[in-house]
Design a protein around this ligand. Structure first.
Ligand SMILES: CC(C)(COP(=O)(O)OP(=O)(O)OC[C@H]1O[C@@H](n2cnc3c(N)ncnc32)[C@H](O)[C@@H]1OP(=O)(O)O)[C@@H](O)C(=O)NCCC(=O)NCCS
Length: 171
């Protein structure tokens, strides 16, 4: 059975090894999500550990998708921002384990992330993804518009600069 849930900061800390395994598997599978090879599990766990203060302050919410209890997906909703930007939220790192893809989990995570942003009074969502990637297809389907494309924005896991598509959606 699959489910989508918000992880409390304490639950996120307890789940650090599982979250690290998810991130590690995605990067080794080729996902361009901020890391380059070689990418070891401790680096993946450090990413999540470094994010705990933002969860604790409420600046960010962490969602996970579970498959029979196992974490197989995640995303984050950034709710911080300067005083003139409190109407927008940023969705980051939508991840689904390579073994669990094309079963609707990415879309379910996006829908829940949007519901969280709306409940917090946010009316504009922003995100970005490697151009022409699965992420761009995922975001286009629930109505995100392309804001623009920046060439050579970020390196792939193998260190090759690639274009990034910035997208937005009004709620
Ligand atoms: C992008 C990602 C999260 C999609 O997760 P997923 O659970 O497989 O996505 P879903 O099954 O919910 O797919 C929803 C829709 O997105 C689109 N889509 C998803 N993966 C796709 C792919 N590989 N190719 C083309 N379209 C794709 C399709 O429109 C799909 O609808 P459909 O299955 O009815 O055709 C997953 O591939 C992933 O984790 N990739 C690595 C991390 C990453 O790049 N994240 C995005 C940038 S941060």
């Amino acid at each position: 059975m699959t489910s989508i849930e918000i992880l409390s900061p304490a639950a996120a800390e307890a789940a650090l090894p599982d979250l690290a395994a998810l991130l590690h598997a995605c990067v080794l599978d080729g996902a361009s999500i901020g890391f380059v090879l070689p990418f070891a599990l401790p680096e993946a766990e450090a990413f999540w550990r470094d994010g705990l203060p933002a969860l604790q302050s409420g600046a960010r919410r962490l969602l996970v998708a579970r498959d029979d209890g196992r974490i197989v997906g995640s995303t984050q909703v950034g709710l911080a921002g300067p005083p003139n930007g409190r109407h927008r939220a940023e969705i980051t790192k939508v991840l689904v384990h390579p073994d669990a893809r094309r079963r609707g989990l990415g879309r379910a995570l996006m829908l829940k992330a949007e519901a969280i942003a709306a409940a917090d009074g946010r009316s504009l969502l922003i995100l970005d993804t490697r151009s022409d990637d699965a992420g761009e297809a995922l975001y286009r389907s629930p109505g995100y518009a392309v804001t623009g494309v920046v060439p050579d924005y970020a390196c792939s896991p193998r260190g090759v600069p690639e274009a990034c598509t910035f997208m937005h959606k009004r709620l």
